[in-house]
Design a protein around this ligand. Structure first.
Ligand code: SF4
Length: 472
């Protein structure tokens, strides 16, 4: 039986291009490299991929030469394996290769297409043309999904020719790496990159990196990081104030002192600009490659639920919430929001970019509510801002994510890891709820979704109160 660790697949080749060392570790040293378990985001991408592929099959299979198409067609040659989503057999014996993607552009998929074409040709096929079938970003659902309007077929032959030589060379290097019994494991390139780019082998390959380190400073990358690495100053104790930017300085001070940095004057100013009643609000959205409701477009995140805690000047608080029963209920959501939002008072969110974009998208769908939704944006205040520079705890480790801030400031409030506990999980749960025919399952998913969204705004109220206490 062929040793599958010696076969170079398309995804393996992309892994090699990302990092030859982790590519080798994953296949040869599972003791050093733990492949990450598929995340909920991976699950979402996979579901979208299947849905778009089904739409593409409908489109390609509906033509007069539908018999000429084969789907999931394998090419194999000299240890390389490439699976094409669709292949069309031409009368002269040549083939066309179609790669189907749920993204809105062909640009990110040229490398995949080049690998496929080279392996197809090496296996003896004459390839007439290669295409990437992807989603048309300006498509808006109007009745039934129209695959012809929803999908775009982009020819990528010229792009492939431009990278053909480099791709062939890289395939040979990947095959050599695959066959190697050893590679240099003394450190690796990620010492010059931010934490987000590492694989699970980083700690074993770079045991000299202390904790805390320069990598705990936010936005630490490029020439500034390279200078510190080349100087051997990875320990946070070896970083001086001249090494960092003004926005990194409070984090450096917190990490070096082990103390929480509180700029009372700046926090008082932030709190003083808030206007009562305070509305702490948060949206959860649903959306994917395939639009599910009239007027929706691919990959548009349209709110399906909100939670809103209203805090009055006397400290009294009310909670309001809404959760749609299906896709396309944004009008009901906005009506429910209008019923709980006062005509004045700050609208407080965590990371304003997201909620403001949701309001703009809903305004485009619901022109009758445009004035209200735009007024929400004008009144929106981002509670995350003070945590960038004015309230910095060493245990935040340079992050301003509410998932990082909340357990440090309010450990009594926590997300239930067994239930919906992040935005991607909320999208998946909402989809499952809409598709479920089980009353019990729908009830349980509604409970989880409402609980998760409510906790987001409860968390903001609790964090706001901690800020008030810090400067009382
Ligand atoms: S930590 Fe980065 S450079 Fe090192 S093996 Fe992993 S991905 Fe490659």
């Amino acid at each position: 039986m062929k040793d599958t660790t010696q076969i170079l697949t398309k995804s393996g080749f992309l892994d090699f291009l990302h990092c030859p060392t982790s590519f080798w570790l994953a296949r040869r040293r599972p003791d050093l490299y733990v492949a990450p378990a598929p995340s909920e985001f991976d699950r979402l991408l996979m579901m979208d991929g299947y849905a778009v592929e089904a739409a593409a099959r409908d489109m390609l299979g509906a033509g007069i030469d539908s018999e000429a198409f084969d789907f999931q067609f394998d090419f194999a040659s000299d240890g390389c394996l490439a699976r094409a989503d669709a292949v069309r057999r031409l009368e002269d014996g040549r083939i066309e290769i179609y790669e189907i993607k749920s993204s809105t552009s062909a640009n990110d998929h040229i490398q995949d297409a080049a690998f496929q074409r080279i392996v197809a040709e090496r296996s003896g096929h004459r390839v007439a043309a290669s295409f990437v079938v992807h989603v048309e970003k300006n498509y808006r659902l109007d009745g039934q999904l129209d695959p012809e309007a929803f999908l775009t077929i982009t020819p990528v032959d010229e792009d492939i020719e431009q990278i053909r030589h480099d791709t062939e060379t890289a395939i040979d290097r990947a095959m050599n790496t695959l066959a190697a019994t050893d590679v240099d494991l003394d450190g690796c390139d990620c010492v010059y990159k931010s934490k987000a780019q590492r694989c699970s082998g980083f700690d074993q390959l770079n045991p000299e990196v202390p904790d805390p380190s320069v990598y705990d400073l936010p936005r630490m990358h490029g020439a500034r990081l390279a200078a510190l690495v080349d100087d051997g100053r990875l320990d946070i104790e070896d970083v001086v104030e001249e090494d960092v930017t003004a926005s990194q300085l409070p984090v450096l001070r917190a990490l070096r002192s082990g103390e929480c940095i509180v700029d009372a004057k700046a926090i008082r100013k932030f709190l003083g600009e808030l206007e009562f009643p305070l509305h702490f609000y948060d949206y959860e959205t649903a959306g994917g490659a395939i639009p599910q409701a009239e007027g929706h477009g691919p990959h548009q995140q349209i709110p399906t639920q909100f939670s809103c805690h209203v805090v009055h000047e006397d400290g009294s608080t009310q909670h309001h919430e809404f959760l749609a029963h299906g896709h396309g209920q944004e009008a009901q959501l906005v009506e429910a929001l209008k019923a709980c939002v006062a005509s004045s008072g700050s609208m407080i969110v965590w990371n304003e970019t997201f909620e403001k974009a949701c309001n703009r998208r809903m305004a485009a769908l619901l022109p009758q509510h445009e004035e209200f939704l735009f007024s929400l944006n004008e009144r929106t205040v981002d509670l995350m801002k003070p945590f960038k520079a004015h309230y910095v705890h060493p245990d935040f480790r340079g992050s301003t994510s509410i998932k990082r801030v909340l357990p440090v400031l309010c450990p009594e409030l926590s997300y239930d890891e067994e239930a919906v506990h992040d935005g991607t999980g909320a999208i998946l749960a909402f989809r499952e709820m809409v598709e479920s025919t089980s009353h019990e399952q729908v009830t349980e998913l509604r409970r989880q979704l409402l609980g998760y969204c409510r906790l987001d705004t409860e968390a903001m109220v609790a964090i706001y109160r901690k800020l008030c206490d810090a400067v009382a």
